[in-house]
Design a binder for this molecule. Structure first.
Ligand SMILES: [Zn+2]
Length: 268
């Protein structure tokens, strides 16, 4: 997938600052460099605010026990400042899920900016390559290196589009969100409620977890009639608020290729 406009702005900034390693992404120093003063203050009804005056701005961040969340909020506000100058913002920027699914372009752009600022493609790509086909445990370690949340890094991995990966989050209500590598055909959309045969179901209902992705028939995850012809790799772990985070690798490459035949056929 190509990098969007907001992502490119963040990547350009990273290059301009000569940053080449995760531990060099000092988010407060980057904010300072852009004229944004960061302060921490308990906020009600939002996670971060941005107020600009002239060529300076103040980003106020709701303190969190997760440094990853704070960093994402700061990156998000820098994004607003770089791209939407002249406006003030009250953001729920910790909750990237709400923003990804929101219709608010400003919020989406600020999130895309933050994701690329905290996980620049070149640096992130080499960390991912070093772990081959990372499981969620590997991703946790990479998330620690980049000081981002597991959720943020999972979504970034899917959007990087270098591996046939789908990440998703389920609660007892059903699917909360998912993110899919762009080259995976649209028809492979994870079910809206967890199948009893999925490992994620066991995690959500019985607290069972596995340390590695394991083989699973694809019809545990997809409604398509032909899903039972394929196998995939599934890993699921407990996430915040009683939810479960799922990672699926479409390891059978035919699942990604076959769609071309299908879509060209459907034109006739
Ligand atoms: Zn925002």
């Amino acid at each position: 997938m190509g990098v969007g406009r907001a992502g490119q702005r963040a990547e350009d900034l990273i290059n301009e600052l000569g940053i080449t390693a995760p531990n060099e992404i000092d988010i407060e120093a980057i904010a300072f460099d852009r004229g944004v003063h960061v302060s921490y203050e308990v906020l009600h009804g939002c996670e971060a605010t941005l107020v600009g005056y002239g060529d300076k701005a103040i980003a106020t961040i709701n303190p969190s026990s997760s440094r990853g969340r704070e960093r994402f909020s700061i990156g998000h506000e820098i994004g607003h400042w770089q791209m939407h100058r002249g406006k003030s913002f009250k953001c729920r920027s910790d909750d990237i899920v709400l923003n990804y699914s929101s219709n608010n372009d400003y919020e989406k752009e600020a999130d895309e900016f933050a994701a690329h600022l905290l996980m620049p493609t070149r640096i992130f790509q080499s960390a991912i390559r070093a772990s081959g086909q990372p499981g969620l445990n590997d991703l946790k370690k990479i998330a620690d290196d980049f000081e981002v949340s597991l959720q943020a890094i999972s979504i970034r991995l899917a959007q990087l589009d270098s591996l046939p990966v789908i990440v998703a989050c389920y609660s007892k209500r059903g699917r909360e969100w998912y993110s899919r590598a762009n080259h995976i055909p649209w028809r492979w959309t994870p079910k809206t409620t967890l199948d009893r045969d999925s490992f994620a179901y066991d995690v959500l209902h019985n607290g069972q977890t596995h340390t590695r992705p394991r083989k699973q028939p694809a019809d545990a995850w997809f409604e398509q009639d032909d899903a039972d012809q394929y196998e995939l790799l599934e890993q699921a772990i407990p996430s915040a608020n009683g939810q479960v985070l799922v990672m699926l690798y479409l390891s059978d490459s035919e699942m990604c290729e076959e769609a071309y035949t299908q879509s060209s056929r459907s034109r006739y």
